[in-house]
Ligand binder design. Structure first.
Ligand SMILES: Nc1ncnc2c1ncn2[C@@H]1O[C@H](COP(=O)(O)OP(=O)(O)OP(=O)(O)O)[C@@H](O)[C@H]1O
Length: 261
């Protein structure tokens, strides 16, 4: 165990991942610091989701090391992996809720799997998580199909924090939300990060989110992490995609929006 406050909470070294002849990652390195919100950006298909899935052990790298909490994810036994999974929560792109379960039952699902709790206590705890993400008690008993896109995202977030994780992985949480809904979701992420001391691994295309809540940004390009740093540091990176992304018209609009928030 090598899990001290100064070590990165996630450490990726020399990651290689291909699908057939298509190389997605080739020698990718990344450190994520405990307690930070790190935004993962990059063009479509640069492997942001694939990186997330490898870190949480859903996809197997071809080569390289991934350590989370100082533990090697790839080499962990089923018991060790189960213990690791308990310490992080994941919200996938579409929320990935179980359609046949209510919101509260969705939040209860990881609790059922990982914790041995009396029914009443589990329901109460799940209800608290639902309220923490700003959903009403009425929403608890709704099925995903009865919710708006923004409410479904909140429900997905509630499920990601069901087990009081140390890290939450969020895959494009504001995609598909209108600007007001997206801003509200950014605020929620920031509030919960500050309240719960979470580390947040945020895959996003949303420049507003990067400005509003991210401590650091990692840019995926050329099959690796091309640059990592604060927004101010990103503005200085001399690379065509980075320049276009952080200095283009949408970036200027996001900067203006930041001033209004
Ligand atoms: N299970 C899979 N089998 C084969 N190819 C895959 C698989 N998962 C991802 N890929 C490919 O890997 C590449 C990276 O995909 P990924 O979803 O990580 O991109 P991304 O950066 O998250 O993109 P976007 O911003 O569009 O969501 C893509 O070319 C994708 O088609």
């Amino acid at each position: 165990m090598n899990d001290t406050a100064t070590d990165p909470i996630i450490k990726v070294r020399g990651l290689v991942k291909s699908f057939g002849t298509h190389i997605v990652h080739d020698g990718l390195d990344l450190d994520v610091r405990r307690g930070e919100i790190i935004g993962i950006v990059g063009g479509s298909g640069t492997g942001k989701s694939v990186l997330l899935q490898q870190i949480v052990g859903l996809l197997k790298p071809d080569a390289g090391q991934i350590e989370v909490f100082g533990e090697n994810v790839r080499d962990s036994s089923p018991e060790e992996y189960r213990d690791l999974r308990r310490r992080w929560g994941v919200m996938f792109q579409d929320g990935a809720l179980f359609s046949s379960l209510t919101v509260r039952q969705n939040v209860e699902a990881p609790m059922r799997e990982q914790l041995d709790l009396p029914d009443d206590l589990r329901k109460t705890l799940a209800g608290i998580k639902v309220r923490m993400v700003g959903l009403t008690d009425v929403a608890q008993t709704k099925f995903p199909s009865e919710l708006s896109g923004g409410m479904r995202k909140r429900a997905g977030f509630a499920r990601a924090i069901a087990l009081d994780p140390e890290i939450v992985f969020l895959d494009e949480p504001t995609a598909g939300l209108d600007p007001i809904g997206a801003a509200a979701f950014d605020t929620l992420i920031g509030q919960l990060q500050a309240t719960l001391g979470l580390t947040v691994f945020l895959v996003t295309h949303d420049l507003d989110s990067l400005h509003a809540i991210c401590d650091r940004i990692a840019v995926l390009a050329e099959k690796k992490v091309l640059a990592v740093g604060t927004m101010a540091e990103m503005l200085e990176v001399d690379h065509p995609w980075v320049q276009e992304y952080f200095h283009g018209p949408r970036a200027r609009a996001a900067l203006a929006t930041k001033g209004e928030r």
